[in-house]
Design a binder for this molecule. Structure first.
Ligand code: HGA
Length: 627
């Protein structure tokens, strides 16, 4: 949510910032703005526009800005409508201090009342505006007391008065060529160049200019000038922060000839899964190496149960992970929506292992659940895609998914990589708990290694078919997705993909639940996507397949239009349903990684036909940094 980009240095500041904001567009936003200053100017010039960045660029064309330092912001409104006035940057009364903010100031009404009583005039509906006035007031008070505070000193005092979450960028015309940044919650990355410095909400925003980055921790401030960056805590004490060299190719975060990031990311899945598996399994020893773990094997083996907390697509991965871990390791798994975790008053069990799944590693709800788990004495492991992200720093172990930057708001390759990581974790736990011997482990690993090539086959064979299906189904008002067992979370994920990007109402259900209510929805207009793959060698899979066939018949008996996702070689299914998308055979627990691919393609092509903004669906943000 929200993109922040700041720059101080010799380059033309407006293009650096606007280009950076463009690369952060995937985070989701509904208005944008920029503030620029120079040593010659007594004020900071601000330009803002509702809607997409091109609106801001149009305003900038008519009123060009120039300067030597500046800050820009794309806003995803939480407090106040997405209008020009509410867009960031926000100013103090004098127009000499500006602030951009990601997060929510929870006590802003109280602070606003106090500042209003002191004569401050507020012109927006946002919570953010109070921060600019607060800094102004603190500086004024310090001058009146004869001990004037510099900008960073005033920001230090201000942040201590805020409750809630914030990533801040602050400029003052009185102190040109300086940017002060602070973090308590949402991410801030600092770029350290030669004679220039940058801040951004995420790496792609500044990766074109520098690969040397520092990730701020919660409670950190950074003071950026042309000469370099200093890091302090909120009391102004210097802190040492490690420089990270980013090795991504900036091109990885670009569309590379695809019409949308989402399509590119769907096609990147074979690579993402290979990279997530790479170096973590040994076919010789049958061992799994999970890498970045402070937890020893003995501690992992001792876990009495696992509590997984996640949101959205990651929650679906968590549900599938439950089936994997319970089946391979016979270890009980609970799955919670991270946003609900603390409200269910969980029963503390230090022997339970916490598992957090989040693509960005910065999802506020998931971080809150992690804190709750730790407070109850549990050790936590994270599955996350962004190296160095908050969830990873807070965890006792992390399994990074190596999906590469995911830009499309609707998650695709991060999901299949999460499933891969969960499968590896299930294998590891199964071995540690004595439920998988070497031969069984190696057999499952060999199947995992085949998954990327099978996805390549699906991409080649099912893309055109899904594009054609989209012609027939893009006008549907509702969709149902059905699955049983480990395929049920994939039904949920298929429905979520369609909702997110096409705005068609869709629901995922366990196939066996239909008769308990949803059958009432079925008529000749309702498309029902059913996951009905099978693994001939697995009796549990065969049973599940047979039951799902009966559910399909219940749907067709009521004239529902079934699209089946089935296994190549299935000669029964074709005669029962309107459409079948075939995928290669795979073991029961790995089939979900394949099944989701045609569901992603179907959602994508339907959304494209409906003319929707696939990469930036309305009202959604990529990394959800507010609770
Ligand atoms: N609360 C601020 C910033 C919103 C935000 O961070 N969104 O991700 C506002 O509404 O302007």
């Amino acid at each position: 949510m929200c993109g922040i980009v700041g720059y101080v240095g010799p380059r033309k500041v407006v293009p650096v910032i606007v280009e950076g904001l463009r690369r952060l567009e995937y985070r989701g936003y509904d208005s944008a703005g920029i503030a620029v200053g120079s040593p010659e100017s007594a004020l900071l010039e601000v330009c803002r526009a509702p809607g997409k960045l091109q609106n801001l660029e149009a305003v900038l064309k008519d009123h060009p800005l120039d300067g030597t330092y500046g800050i820009g912001h794309t806003r995803w409104a939480t407090h106040g409508r997405p209008t020009e006035e509410n867009a960031h940057p926000h100013r103090d009364c004098t127009g000499r201090i500006v602030v951009v903010h990601n997060g929510i100031v929870e006590n802003y009404l109280e602070l606003k009342r106090e500042l209003t009583a002191l004569g401050h005039k507020f012109v927006t509906e946002t919570d953010t505006e109070i921060i600019a006035h607060l800094i102004e007031q603190i500086q004024k008070d310090s001058e009146d007391a004869g001990a004037p505070l510099k900008l960073e000193g005033a920001v230090q005092r201000a942040v201590k008065l805020l409750t809630g979450a914030f990533a801040l960028g602050v400029l003052s015309a009185a102190e040109p060529d300086k940017i002060v940044a602070a973090r308590s919650g949402p991410p801030v990355v600092v770029g350290v160049g030669e004679g220039e410095s940058f801040i951004a909400s995420d790496v792609p925003g500044i990766l074109h200019y520098t690969r040397n980055m520092v990730f701020l921790a919660d409670g950190d401030m950074a003071i950026l000038t042309r000469q370099g960056v200093t890091f302090t805590d909120f009391d102004g004490n210097p802190v040492k922060r490690e420089l990270t060299r980013i090795h991504w190719d900036p091109i990885q975060a670009e569309k590379g000839g695809y019409k949308h990031f989402m399509l590119k990311e769907i096609w990147e899945q074979p690579r993402a899964i290979r990279d997530t598996t790479l170096g973590r399994i040994s076919l010789d020893s049958g061992k799994v190496f999970l890498g970045e773990m402070d937890l020893g094997d003995e501690e992992l083996a001792r876990a009495a149960s696992i509590n997984i907390a996640a949101c959205g697509t990651s929650w679906h991965a968590a549900l599938a992970g439950k089936y994997m871990i319970e089946r391979l390791a016979r270890l009980p798994v609970d799955v919670d929506y991270a946003s609900e975790y603390r409200y269910r008053n969980p029963i503390p069990d230090p022997a339970a292992l916490g598992l957090l799944i989040t693509q960005s590693g910065e999802t506020a709800d998931t971080l809150a659940a992690q804190r709750e788990m730790k407070a109850m004495g549990s050790k936590t492991i994270a599955i996350c895609n962004v190296v160095g992200a908050m969830v990873a720093r807070e965890a006792h172990g992390v399994i990074y998914t190596h999906a590469g930057p995911e830009i499309g708001v609707a998650s695709t390759k991060a999901f299949s990589s999460q499933l891969t990581a969960l499968f590896l974790l299930a294998l590891k736990l199964g071995q540690l708990r004595g439920h998988l011997d070497k031969a069984q482990s190696v057999a499952l690993m060999e199947e995992l290694i085949k998954v990327p090539a099978k996805i390549e086959e699906i991409l080649r064979s099912a893309s055109d078919q899904c594009e054609k299906l989209a012609v027939n189904f893009s006008n549907a008002r509702d969709f149902l997705y059905l699955g049983r067992g480990v395929h049920f979370p994939i039904a949920l994920e298929g429905a979520l993909k369609l909702k997110e990007i096409s705005y068609i109402h869709a629901e995922g259900y366990p196939a066996g639940e239909m008769k308990h209510g949803p059958n009432a929805l079925i008529d000749e207009t309702l498309p029902v996507v059913v996951l009905v793959t099978r693994d001939e060698t697995d009796p549990a899979s065969k049973l599940r397949y047979e039951k799902t066939l009966s559910n399909i018949q219940e749907v067709t008996a009521r004239s529902g239009r079934v699209i089946a996702i089935a296994t190549e070689g299935d000669s029964t299914i074709g005669s029962l349903v309107e459409q079948t998308i075939f995928i290669p055979p795979a073991p029961e627990l790995l089939a979900p990684i394949l099944e989701v691919v045609p569901l992603q393609l179907l959602a994508y092509y339907i959304a494209v036909r409906r003319g929707a903004d696939v990469d930036q669906p309305r009202n959604l943000a990529k990394s959800v940094t507010v609770e």
